[in-house]
Design a protein around this ligand. Structure first.
Ligand code: NAI
Length: 450
């Protein structure tokens, strides 16, 4: 079969489907090729399932102190089978929502694995599609490091853990103290699993502001999570007691045994089998290389999202997908991808945007760094939440807001206010004019401006 369209998008995640909507708005005939399910990693194996399960585990954890809130409960228990069923229903609802928008926009979805056979031909199954533009939005997959024993039964990735439907583990070791590692440490410690985290670098969340990692480490330590930094796992072995990770911590040999081991050491771009041998796409460090307009070395083949490396977040991928289509359409519109909020769904939540005090020091920018402790925020106290803070970084001379880091209730929502401020070059004084409703976590932003 042979078809002719304007745009073939390979990958139906947030980058792919958002790009398709923009293409349809711009009058292009677009096809999305997806090998699994619409929604990509974010909806099927990432953000949404993680946050759905965490919603349950956090509620469960909250029950520990429920009598403080004047509520008595006879018995508490957690059932991962029920949690999984609820999760599946939510995913289905969200997938259907996207599919209905796709149908309304007259976008075609072809199920199968797309392969680029030339700069304007894509094959899927026995169908060949001729197209003006190609957009690669194939994302990333789980990554297993070259550690002996990674293939043992019980050594799992986030994909498997998100399908978990049994009794909580007694003990879980997590290799990698990045975002995935920390969210799962939070999730399983909430249900009573004894957690050990082994991180190769000298701190957890190495890509975030140092103080955020340090504060989270202290909070998790108080909850019994055992975190080892500057530690390398050398081998995983199976014994009668479970799975033993042999690791070296600051040069010293150590071992930890648990029921399961989660590998959370980053993800790898999906480029296997994506293009024919005579298509010479430029690859850099395993990622597809693109220019500022998301064009590969073939000007009509674009790539966006996690597959191009950089900051691997769903909202960044969507923005890149839209920007790539604007470029194809010759439109000037652009979403500002220089101001990117990052969110971590631990308890308390963590969020960050713009530069940190350390970045400013490195780049010789003179700054004002205002910090407000959320223990002085009414909503934090009445909600019975952990300590936290909001930090706002501004240029010393112009008072333009350059960055913000926060660890507090609803931090992942509050960060948008600072994102708007930075993207629009607002100053501390501009934000001081704004009334923050009382009592809210957002009042902490007002207090951190002074
Ligand atoms: P990551 O890059 O955030 O963290 C991986 C960690 O593993 C790093 O700290 C690294 O130093 C450590 N590591 C690497 N090899 C190691 C080894 N052999 N032994 C011990 N430690 C080792 O990657 P992660 O957590 O797997 O997440 C993947 C991607 O997904 C990231 O880009 C992340 O931003 C994104 N993500 C975003 C979320 C969010 O926005 N809330 C949630 C989950 C993931």
């Amino acid at each position: 079969m042979f078809k002719k369209v304007d745009l073939v998008i390979i990958g139906g995640g947030p980058a792919g489907y958002e790009a398709a909507f923009k293409a349809a708005d711009g009058g292009m005939k677009a096809i999305i090729i997806e090998k699994e399910a619409i929604g990509g990693t974010c909806l099927n194996h990432g953000c949404i399932p993680t946050k759905t399960i965490m919603h349950s585990t956090e509620l469960y954890k909250k029950l520990e102190t429920i009598d403080e809130f004047g509520i008595a409960l006879e018995k508490k228990s957690i059932n991962f089978e029920v949690i999984q069923n609820r999760k599946e229903e939510i995913l289905e609802k969200l997938r259907n929502g996207i599919l209905s928008r796709i149908r309304k926009s007259d976008i075609e979805v072809v199920l199968g694995e797309g392969k680029i056979v030339s700069n304007n031909l894509v094959r899927v199954g026995d169908e060949t599609i001729e197209t003006k533009f190609i957009l690669i939005a194939t994302g990333t997959g789980t990554l297993l490091p070259p550690i002996k024993g990674c293939d043992l039964d019980g050594v799992i990735t986030s994909d498997e853990l998100l399908e978990y439907n049994k009794k909580p583990f007694g003990a879980l070791t997590i290799i990698g103290g990045g975002v995935i590692g920390m969210e799962f440490a939070n999730m399983f410690s909430d249900v009573g699993t004894s957690i050990t985290v082994i991180e190769a670098l000298d701190r957890i969340l190495p890509n975030m502001d140092k103080e955020l990692g340090q504060s989270l480490k202290m909070i998790l330590k108080k909850r019994g999570v055992d975190i080892h930094t500057s530690s390398f796992v050398e081998e995983i072995i199976k014994s009668n007691e479970g799975l033993s990770c042999k690791y070296k911590e600051k040069g010293k040999e150590a071992v930890v045994t648990s029921d399961a081991v989660l590998i959370a050491v980053g993800r790898k771009p999906n480029i296997n089998n994506l293009y024919a041998a005579d298509v010479e796409l430029e690859i850099e460090k395993g990622c597809i290389k693109v220019n500022d307009n998301y064009q590969t070395n073939y000007p009509n083949i674009y790539a966006v999202g996690d597959v191009i490396g950089g900051i691997q977040l769903a909202h960044v991928a969507s923005a890149e997908g839209k920007n790539a289509v604007y470029h194809m359409l010759g439109k000037e519109d652009r979403i500002d991808v220089n101001v990117i909020p990052s969110c971590i769904y631990t308890n308390p939540e963590i969020a960050s945007v713009g530069i940190t005090a350390d970045d400013a020091k490195r780049e010789n920018i003179k700054i004002i760094a205002n910090k407000f402790p959320m223990l002085a925020n009414g909503k934090t106290i009445l909600s019975g939440m952990d300590r936290g803070y909001i930090k706002i970084i501004a240029d010393e001379k112009s008072h333009k807001i350059l960055g913000a880091q926060m660890m507090c209730g609803r931090a992942t929502d509050l960060i948008s206010e600072l994102t708007v401020a930075i993207a629009n070059e607002l100053t501390l004084e501009d934000l001081k004019k704004v009334i923050h409703p009382h009592p809210t976590f957002s009042e902490g932003i007002g207090d951190a401006l002074n």
